[in-house]
Design a protein around this ligand. Structure first.
Ligand code: ADP
Ligand code: MG
Length: 260
């Protein structure tokens, strides 16, 4: 299995990336040569003290920001030569984002929030809407599709955000402290949802977390300190089964809802 795994392109590979922020005349080296690879289907976590460079790494891996030097491969493609427009298409087609503060649009309903990433696609409005409804149902919010974010609990809002991240059927889902604002029971619920989606689809997940219990449920922990990889620990075996799966979201079998 391991040789087959090594030959496939990684979901994400970063090679010796650095990031230096310039603030006035000061230069701040946030990343000082970070390399790692994340296999397809893996659920990986990144931990490290505040200010160690975790969000900077996610922004680069998520094609939201460029490294100062080094190479970034998403699904085997070197994204360095892509222009901003190509990067935004890559993000919309391949990557889903979940944030600590949910980042939902307050004046929109749960369903409308989940539909947002599909607006860039050529798609019938009814198809788009049905896809959002199915996704909300898959995250357990089938009865709350018309609620606005402020009518939902923190855990429910994060479920909406997870549904929004998954509705495009991304190959890669990136979470920056996705359970950081949630109590321990809700953290567990969201983590169970994420592990379920990871197990039942080919989607790769990278989560930044401060929570050791969250990290220990992932396949692998990458520890960052002072802009460098301090260590990598394998926690759970990555099963080869993900190779056979296609990247589909675990939609319900409700025959009333159209597929696709
Ligand atoms: P973490 O997510 O691990 O808390 P960050 O990646 O956000 O760390 O930040 C790493 C370092 O880079 C910190 O010292 C932070 O202050 C600095 N930094 C992050 N973003 C910027 C920015 N836009 N401009 C200047 N410095 C930044
Ligand atoms: Mg951060």
């Amino acid at each position: 299995m391991s040789t087959a795994l090594q030959r496939r392109p990684a979901a994400v590979q970063v090679v010796d990336i650095t990031k230096t922020y310039k603030v006035g005349s000061m230069e701040y080296p946030a990343l000082r040569g970070v390399s790692f690879r994340i296999e397809k289907g893996e659920l990986a976590s990144i931990i490290g003290p505040s200010g160690s460079g975790k969000s900077t790494i996610l922004n680069i891996v998520g094609a939201l920001d460029r490294p100062t030097s080094g190479r970034v491969f998403i699904d085997g493609i070197n994204i360095r030569k892509m222009n901003d427009n190509q990067l935004s298409i890559l993000r919309n087609m391949k990557i889903g984002f979940v944030y600590q503060s949910f980042n939902l649009i307050q004046r929109l309903s749960a369903a409308e929030n989940v539909e947002m990433p599909l607006l860039a696609r050529t798609m019938e409005p009814s198809v788009r809407h049905n896809r959002a409804l199915k996704m909300l149902k898959a995250v357990g919010l089938g009865r709350k599709v018309n609620k606005r974010p402020n009518e939902l609990s923190g855990g429910e809002q994060q479920r909406v955000a997870v549904a929004r991240a998954l509705v495009t059927q991304p190959a890669l889902v990136i979470g920056d402290e996705p359970t950081g604002n949630l109590d321990s029971k809700t953290t567990n619920d969201i983590l169970n949802l994420i592990t379920h989606v990871n197990k039942t689809t080919a989607a790769t997940f990278i989560l930044v977390t401060h929570n050791e219990e969250v990290a220990e449920k992932t396949h692998r922990i990458i520890s960052i300190r002072d802009g460098l990889v301090e260590k990598e620990q394998r926690i759970h075996r990555l099963d080869a089964f993900t190779e056979q799966l296609t990247p589909v979201i675990p939609l319900s079998n409700d025959p009333k809802l159209p597929k696709g």
